[in-house]
Design a binder for this molecule. Structure first.
Ligand SMILES: NC(=O)c1ccc[n+]([C@@H]2O[C@H](COP(=O)([O-])OP(=O)(O)OC[C@H]3O[C@@H](n4cnc5c(N)ncnc54)[C@H](OP(=O)(O)O)[C@@H]3O)[C@@H](O)[C@H]2O)c1
Length: 239
């Protein structure tokens, strides 16, 4: 049996990954607020301790079994609030950091803890963004979160090198995907996000990849990967 655990697999890229892995015969579990699928477990990543408890309970149950392969995908994220952080309410700032950083770190750490002793091929996949490397006006929290997680995952890769049954830990920049996250970006204002027109034009001109295209490329990267701490870009693997 092969296992995939995905955060934010209710829709968008996470759902496309979940469906691709299900079709390939993997057991799939996804964690999200709406939890609409048979393979869903409810978890609200804006509440890090509550989400961690839900993740720990489910992964603890799954860790009692043996697997030929385990893939853990840190995918859940929010681009909100859009606009300079100094103009945002403290609660909005904490919401973003809780979803994108605290809960993501706790999700990956629980997965490592629960499956560390499993001797099969194991991969941690951090879904990152170009925003991890370059700043965008109005996305300061999102950019900082993505950079933080990439650095976290590179350090995890180093730590795993010392384990008898290590995970490989990689980050993947997926490129621009036609999902609700892009719709939320297009629904923002030029006041908060001066690059808005370019993103509207990217959608109008058909430049966005579908979630299914990107998920196929990510599954192929994970299959081929032998490196630890590597950063991949989907545009090098997708048409
Ligand atoms: N779309 C793009 O162009 C793009 C570009 C670069 C990187 N990415 C990255 O790709 C990944 C997937 O993005 P996407 O475009 O598929 O986004 P999306 O369509 O907005 O989906 C986000 C997923 O995260 C979950 N999620 C959001 N807030 C949550 C919370 N508080 N608790 C638990 N789950 C939560 C959502 O589930 P619920 O709403 O059911 O909770 C949903 O399943 C993200 O890491 C994103 O940063 C996207």
């Amino acid at each position: 049996m092969k296992l995939v655990a995905i955060s934010g697999g209710s829709r968008g890229l996470g759902l496309a990954l979940a469906k691709g892995y299900l079709e390939a015969g993997y057991q799939v579990v996804e964690f999200s607020r709406s939890a609409p699928h048979a393979f869903s477990v409810p978890a609200d990543f804006s509440d890090p301790e509550g989400a961690r408890a839900a993740v720990a309970a489910e992964l603890g149950r799954l860790a009692a079994l043996e697997y030929q392969e385990i893939v853990i995908v840190n995918n859940a994220a929010t681009v909100q609030p859009i606009g300079p952080t100094s103009r945002k309410e403290p609660a909005e700032v904490l919401y973003s950091l809780n979803v994108n950083v605290s809960s993501a770190v706790l999700f990956l750490s629980e997965a490592i803890r629960k499956f560390q002793a499993h001797p099969c091929r194991k991969t941690i996949v951090n879904i990152s963004s170009g925003a991890a490397l370059r700043p965008y006006y109005g996305w300061s929290l999102y950019c900082a979160s993505k950079a933080c997680l990439e650095t976290f995952v590179r350090s995890v890769a180093l730590e795993q090198g010392a384990e008898p049954h290590p995970f490989l830990a990689i980050s993947i920049e997926p490129g621009i995907i036609d999902t609700e996250m892009q719709a939320a970006i297009r629904a923002s204002s030029e006041h908060d996000f001066p690059d808005l027109k370019r993103f509207v034009e990217l959608k109008r001109s058909g430049a966005l990849r579908s979630a299914e295209q990107v998920a196929d490329a990510i599954r192929s990267i994970v299959r081929q990967n032998h490196g630890n701490g590597v950063r991949y870009e989907v545009r090098d693997f997708a048409g």
